[in-house]
Design a protein around this ligand. Structure first.
Ligand code: SIN
Length: 292
């Protein structure tokens, strides 16, 4: 019997892809949830041989976010790991706080008036070529809380009705950095202009070939070519849909954990529930291609 995802007859809202699970020879992979996220156990990301690295890369495209525990690596190792995936992006607005322009400091403590990434987003999606991936190495964690949530945009796309999928086909949306970044960072002078780009609402992942939704609450401002009220209604529907718990995983950090997420097929949201405690980490961000 074929059960349609989300059908009125009570079928599942999402149907995970299980086929790839036995295909890894060099890494030990445990799914964190059926639809998104996997733990890669027993490896040191600073010492990966080529076959192991290639499997990590494939696992990222398949599971959208990978978690590695106990990574005792230096800032240079972190940058070098990121560079194995491609050139590194320098954040268009944040301060260069470590002397390494590629490092984005992710920090919040008792003096903070905000924390990074508190709304669902895909990193810097306002760039014409948004980053393919981000790698966050956590140095300090609060006594509890400070988790990060991730949502699979493959699963979200695949759970849409065929009618909604065909409605979205060929539509593009505007992603704008202006309202996000202007005035955001204390003690950092604003740039004259922040990036802005138009991207397909449904993009195809260049490595897995799977389709994913590519609009997000933080950067996306409108659907091109639709009346504002219609476009806003569709965006609000998609945002609510993407936040369905079936597509999500919530990662509980430990000091020295790494989460590496694929910005092409995942969105994430950081939870700032630990004030006045401190949480501190370094992120590197790998450049990506123009979405198609
Ligand atoms: C971000 O990179 O958007 C922040 C992620 C986090 O702090 O968990």
């Amino acid at each position: 019997m074929v059960i349609e995802a989300g059908s009125k007859r009570g079928g599942p809202r999402s149907v995970a892809q299980w086929e790839s699970d036995h295909e890894y020879r060099y890494i030990s992979l445990r799914r964190a949830t059926p639809n998104v996220g996997a733990f890669i156990d027993d490896i040191d990301v600073s010492r990966l041989d080529e076959p192991t690295f290639n499997e990590v890369r494939r696992a990222l495209a398949e599971h959208c976010v990978l978690f590695f525990r106990n990574q005792d690596i230096s800032t240079e190792d972190h940058i070098a790991f990121g560079r194995r995936f491609g050139d590194l992006d320098v954040h268009p607005a944040a301060a260069n706080a470590t002397g390494h322009p590629e490092i984005l400091v992710i920090a919040a403590d008792e003096h903070s008036s905000r924390a990074n990434g508190e709304a669902w987003h895909s990193d810097v999606s306002c760039q014409t070529e948004p980053p393919m991936a981000s790698i966050l190495h956590m140095h300090e964690t609060p006594p509890s809380g400070g988790d990060t949530m991730f949502s699979s945009m493959y699963a979200a796309y695949e759970a849409l009705s065929p009618r909604m999928q065909s409605y979205l086909e060929g539509l593009t949306a505007l992603h704008d950095g202006e309202h996000v970044y202007r005035g955001l960072y204390d003690n950092v002078a604003d740039k004259p202009k922040y990036p802005r780009a138009e991207h397909p609402i449904v993009r195809t992942h260049p490595e897995s070939g799977r389709k994913c939704l590519f609009v997000n609450r933080s950067f996306t401002t409108k659907i091109v070519g639709l009346p504002i009220d219609e476009g806003n209604a569709i965006l609000q529907y998609l945002y609510a849909h993407m936040e369905h718990p079936n597509f999500q995983v919530r990662f509980n950090w430990e000091p020295r954990s790494i989460a590496m997420w694929d910005n092409r097929c995942a969105q994430h949201r950081a939870i700032w529930d630990y004030w006045p405690h401190r949480r501190y980490g370094h992120r590197v961000t790998v450049k990506g291609d123009r979405p198609f």
